[in-house]
Design a protein around this ligand. Structure first.
Ligand code: HEM
Length: 304
């Protein structure tokens, strides 16, 4: 039986507990706002409304991966950044990205299998580490993200990490030619992780407070980079990174100016909301996200 969107929602509930009215993924997080502006290299993509040069308002949300609304912020899990850009012509563009360059499975079936292998063992009430290990060994596409999370300590702040789009997309340039790309947002504040002592410290909440403090010194900026794919770079497998050294364009700048409030609560950050000139690849994980987010959105808006 292939994995369905409902399977994910049901499995998240078993893994993280039922949290009525909350997002079933990335439950813990907060809204932010800012703007998005194109850099000179964006000229070659002048058909894309948010790359034409006018500043575009952004509604954002920073989050912890997983369905736990109280997720400890020293955990070795991905962080999320979701953005909604609203172009002057009314078009929307969504980004819903992670702080890891790759995803934890090559397709929805393997991702569901990984989640299921992590469910508590009925006998002990605890996850069976040997079972998870066996699943990972049998499904090597689950390894690269786990290795990345092991080698890179969790972000010290939401401002000190990159965020990666992970999936492949196609962008149409000004002459109508499509380019296979992946995108990433690189922080102007530099990369800074928690120290080992901070990782071992008791679970804490510090990410929203650190962001608020940092915003007192002014806007926080990221450079949006387009990584240009070459023949043979996977279009469909989000667990695989592209080879290092691919040509990269600094295409735009994201500036986050404020945080808090609830402007992001009514947004479903479905990553397949794309403006004209942007096309999704056939990555099956990307395709699965729309129906899963829609179920979560409907549930959380109705107190389920
Ligand atoms: C089959 C794979 C996946 C499933 C089933 C899934 C499921 C979900 C669900 C149910 C939500 C909550 C949506 C809502 O209530 O608004 C969510 C949020 C999110 N997901 Fe995924 N996800 C998947 C893959 C990914 C991938 C590959 C990425 C990054 C490239 C990602 C990044 C995010 C982010 C950043 C959010 C938070 C959005 C917000 O702040 O509202 N997810 N996910």
């Amino acid at each position: 039986e292939p994995a369905t969107p409902t399977d994910f929602i049901d499995t998240f509930a078993k893994l993280f507990g039922e949290h009525k009215g909350e997002r079933k993924g990335h439950a813990k997080g907060f809204c932010a706002a800012g703007e998005f502006s194109a850099l000179p290299a964006a000229k070659q993509f002048s058909q894309i409304s948010w790359l034409t040069g006018t500043k575009v308002p952004v509604t954002a949300r920073f989050s912890m991966a997983g369905g736990n609304p109280k997720a400890p912020e020293n955990s070795r899990s991905p962080r999320g950044l979701a953005l909604q850009l609203k172009s002057p012509n009314g078009e929307l563009q969504h980004f819903a990205m992670l702080s890891t360059p790759v995803f934890g499975a090559k397709d929805p079936d393997v991702f569901l299998g990984l989640l299921k292998s992590s469910l508590p063992d009925p006998a002990t009430g605890k996850p069976d580490l040997a079972k998870i290990q066996a699943f990972r060994q049998a499904n090597p596409s689950t390894l690269p993200q786990a290795e990345y999370l092991q080698k890179n300590s969790p972000p010290w702040s939401y401002a000190t990490t990159s965020y990666f789009g992970i999936h492949s997309f196609f962008l149409t340039d000004s002459s109508g030619v499509e380019h296979k790309v992946r995108w990433q947002f690189v922080p102007a504040d530099g990369i800074k992780g928690l120290t080992d002592a901070e990782i071992k410290a008791p679970p804490q909440d510090f990410l929203q407070q650190r962001l608020a403090q940092r915003l007192q010194q002014g806007a926080i900026r990221w450079t949006m980079q387009l990584v240009l794919g070459e023949a043979g770079d996977s279009e469909t497998d989000p667990s695989q990174s592209w080879p290092a050294g691919r040509k990269t364009l600094d295409i735009a700048e994201l500036s986050i100016q404020s945080q808090g409030g609830d402007a992001c609560t009514g947004i479903n950050f479905d990553p397949n909301v794309l403006s004209k000139g942007v096309r999704a690849s056939t990555d099956p994980v990307l395709a699965m996200r729309s129906p899963a987010y829609a179920i979560s959105f409907g549930k959380r808006l109705t107190g389920q």
